[in-house]
Design a protein around this ligand. Sequence first.
Ligand code: MN
Length: 388
Amino acid sequence: MRQIEIFDTTLRDGEQSAGVTLTVAEKVEIAHQLAKLGVNVIEAGFPLASPTDFQGVFQVAQQVRGVTVAGLARARAKDIEAAWEALRPAEQPRIHTFIGTSPVHMRYKLKATPAEILERAVQAVRLAKSKVSDVEFSAEDSSRSDPDFLAEVFAAVIKAGATVITISDVVGYITPDEFSALVRGVREKTAGIEKVKVSVHCHDDLGLAVANTMAGLTAGADQLECTVNGIGDRAGNAALEELAMILHTRRDLYPLTTSIVTTEIMRTSRLVSRLTGMPVQYHKAIVGRNAFAHEAGVHQDGILKEPSTYQIMTPSDVGWEEDHSSLVLGRHSGRHAVRRHLGQWGITLDEASFETLFARFKQYADGKQNISKEDMLSLLRAEEESQG
Ligand code: MN
């Protein structure tokens, strides 16, 4: 089975999220957890960006074993030198260099001709290759680049020693069909592509990061770039937990494996959320508070009879604590769910008392979001007092 590599950039792209700053110690703590989660590559930061970034990469490189540690560098000598200095202690260092290849990036941001961009890319990869054997080259803004120019740049950097080439949608603009065609086109047109790994890096500005990454995968990508909870610049990156669970849940469709330990997903998600201060939306796939919560009566009834009626994965697959498949008690809940909760709390009622309590519960739940055990106990007490 084909092994797909997971490149996690929570500590670099994720840390670039507006309002997020991680200390060096926090980066190391997250990196240890990412290693436990089973990612293949940890992009730990952008060493030239600041002394803290440099230290973050250096400490992760020194302390975290068993994974490749990458540092980001623009296609400039001083960036690459800094990345190499920061990555020195790594067991498996990777320098990740990039340059914009779209007309708008070349003309306005880099103020250079395509020929000059190609030359800078080759020089950067050559310099990085003189430091480490593992060099990733990203064509920034691939999705808005001329596909023929893209293939030319990739062929040149492969010749210069790149081991991974990345097709990116850094502005979150492309659609899955287009991205699939782009990745296929690059694979067909680029000389030497069979010698390297093809990586994809997608952003979520139109909510398509995961869909585009999956399209890239089926078009032949070997490495997926993503972040925990999908954090990252602007609307964020492809969410690691979603990609991992798509491949796990739909293994009938994708004969691929990753080294992700799915039961570490929740722990990683919580850690990243807590240390970055970025809450996870309630209905976020896989890791949101409501991701496995069922409130509707029909659904609860189905779940109690047979979980697969409304559940395609189990909460324990992703490391939610046992009880989480919470059948939430709310105004949509039916008798089944209420009875089950009472049972779990050790409360047994005769039929008549149950019916009275259920009626009170329905009335009470109408104006509330979630009904807790305490709520139910107080309803029960009120009922006893009114009879007593
Ligand atoms: Mn990015």
